[in-house]
Design a protein around this ligand. Sequence first.
Ligand code: FES
Length: 197
Amino acid sequence: MSELPVDPAVREGRIPGRTSEEIPELHEVDCPEELRERIVALMGRYPDRRSASIPALWAVQERYGWCTPEGIRQAAAVMRVTPAYLESVASFYDLLHTSAVGTHRIEVCTNISCWMRGADRLLDAFKQAVGEDEANFYVTGFECLGACDIAPMASIDQRYYGPLEAAEAGVAIEQLLAGAEVLPEKALAKRGLAGDS
Ligand code: FES
C-alpha cells in the first residue's frame, strides 16, 4: 500500500525551516516584555501552565491582531510548550485566528433564536455594508453567543448588541470607521440589570 503524502507543516511547523515540535528558547523569539509578563501572570493562575494556553493565545492575538506564527512561538517559549501544541489549540477555537483578519470583528449569531428573528438578513446586511474592506472588517456567522434574549444579535469587537435590525448594520459599520460609539441604544453593556428600577 502506498503511503499517503504528509503535509510538511506537520513535521516542520508553519514557518519553513523551523520545527514546531521543539520548545523555542526565549532568546530566540524576541518576545515583547509586556506580552511575556502577561503570559507569566496568566500561567500563575493555574496549577498546570498549559491551562493558560487559551488566554495566552488571546494575549498574542490582542498584540498582533491574530495568532501569528511568530507570536505563537513567543508564547510557546514563555510557556515552555511547543509551538505545535499552541497551534493545535489556536486552530480549534473559532475566536482565535490563525490567519490575518480585519481589525474590527463582527460575529453575527445565526443560531435558532436569532435565525428565527432575521439573523440571515442581518448577516447579509453586515457583509454588504463591509463590502471588500477585509483590512478593516471580519464578518462571520456564529453559533449561539448566549444572548438569545436580545435576538437577533451580534458581537462587535467583543461587545454584544441587539436586538438588531438589518438596517443598523450599515450604521454600525460607519460608526466603527468614524471611531464613534457603536449603536449605544443597542449595547448590552448599557442595559439595566434585572431588578433595576
Ligand atoms: S441563538 Fe443567538 S444568541 Fe443564542
